[in-house]
Design a protein around this ligand. Structure first.
Ligand code: 9Z3
Length: 356
């Protein structure tokens, strides 16, 4: 599903965590014009994935991210001994101009990723949360501007702001978990906006996670663009509507990075990807196809329409296991990720044992 958005629609985020980086990803670099120096048809022998990185610039803040990730890995490798999971979350954008006015986006709000990150943290994992900037975040997702406006949880007493008694207990539970993730340095949040930022950051973080061998887990819940405008063809300024009054864009396929991730970026890690479909008659087939093509360990299939109430685990031995919430469970506020994560952790424990 594709929504042509304009940059003015970005919501302002009030979320400021202590680990908030001093860089932002939503404002692309305007000074890269149509870069004629980049070969439109690079060396033939490199794979599509490598060719992508040879013809697209790395985000200038990447060294800062690599330093943060290395410190995070060192801390958990030497101090806590926790397994580390890279959770990707939210949707990537495809800019249509360098001075981005228009971009292609998708529906993903980051609920799957943010919710899953909470359950990984509660199950003793350290989490690198690679997320779309301004999408839902662990813990603060409960009080985001779309679901429950945080101001609705406050009341005024004796000229002071206080938390309304009817919400205080539930908020205390979330606050304690949030503070614990901070005090134990178990959550590192890293933003992206464009598909290029996502691919470069994923590659860097994956290579650093090799240090953790089989204790590294990848949980790829981000909705990654599958078509993009190569940098050699992206216009510098806002596309003017032609005499024809049409906006014509000619997109190319985003390279299937998953193969590189499995083959060389993090060969010892356990890798879980999500397969999203809208047609239930092809979901299992497509999930199996992804496993055959990329040779990773687990695909979680989900349908756009029912993704919050049912998913299917598809494993390399061809097994399929549906997990569904009953209507009562949905009414009681049970989150399907509370059933997904323990299952993924069980598989990861087996993976670690096999690779000891
Ligand atoms: C998913 O399928 C996620 O579960 C959702 C979550 C994006 C549906 P929300 O963020 O939605 O909670 O609103 N993510 C993977 C989607 C994707 O792009 N998969 C690729 C594909 O299906 C493989 S990497 O080809």
């Amino acid at each position: 599903m594709v929504r042509i958005s304009s940059v003015s629609k970005h919501p302002t985020s009030s979320y400021k965590s202590s680990s908030m980086p001093n860089y932002h990803t939503s404002q692309p670099k305007p000074d890269t014009a149509i870069d004629r120096t980049v070969p439109d048809f690079p060396i033939a022998q490199v794979s599509d994935e490598d060719r992508y990185f040879n013809t697209h610039e790395a985000p200038e803040y990447l060294p800062q991210i690599e330093q943060q990730v290395q410190q995070f890995i060192d801390h958990h490798h030497t101090q806590t001994g926790k397994s580390v999971v890279l959770v990707t979350s939210g949707g990537t954008t495809v800019p249509l101009e360098n001075n981005t006015v228009r971009f292609i986006d998708n529906f993903s709000a980051g609920t799957r990723g943010a919710t899953s990150a909470e359950y990984f943290l509660e199950n003793g994992y350290a989490v690198i949360f690679l997320h779309r900037e301004f999408s839902l975040l662990p813990y603060s997702r409960h009080y985001s501007h779309t679901t429950n406006c945080f101001l609705d949880y406050m009341t005024e007493r004796n000229n002071k702001v206080e938390i309304d008694d009817k919400f205080a207990d539930e908020m205390l539970v979330v606050l304690r978990k949030y503070k614990q993730a901070q005090s134990t340095q178990s959550l590192l949040s890293i933003p992206f906006t464009t598909v290029n930022q996502y691919l470069y950051t994923l590659k860097s973080v994956s290579k650093l996670l090799q240090q953790l061998d089989s204790k590294a887990l990848f949980y790829l819940a981000a909705a990654v663009s599958d078509f993009f405008l190569p940098s050699s063809r992206i216009p510098q300024h806002k596309i003017q509507s032609q005499a024809s009054g049409k906006l014509v864009v000619d997109l190319e396929q985003v390279p299937k990075f998953l193969r590189r991730l499995v083959d060389s970026w993090a060969p010892s890690a356990m890798i879980v990807s999500f397969k999203l479909e809208t047609d239930d008659s092809i979901l299992i087939k497509k999930a199996k196809g992804a496993l055959e093509r990329y040779q990773h360990q687990l695909v979680i299939g989900n349908l756009l329409q029912t993704r919050k109430k049912e998913i299917v685990f598809v494993t390399v031995d061809g097994n399929q296991k549906w997990v569904r919430l009953t209507d009562q469970e949905l009414q009681d506020g049970v989150e399907i990720e509370s059933l997904i994560i323990p299952e993924v952790i069980k598989e990861h424990s087996k993976w670690i044992t096999q690779h000891k």
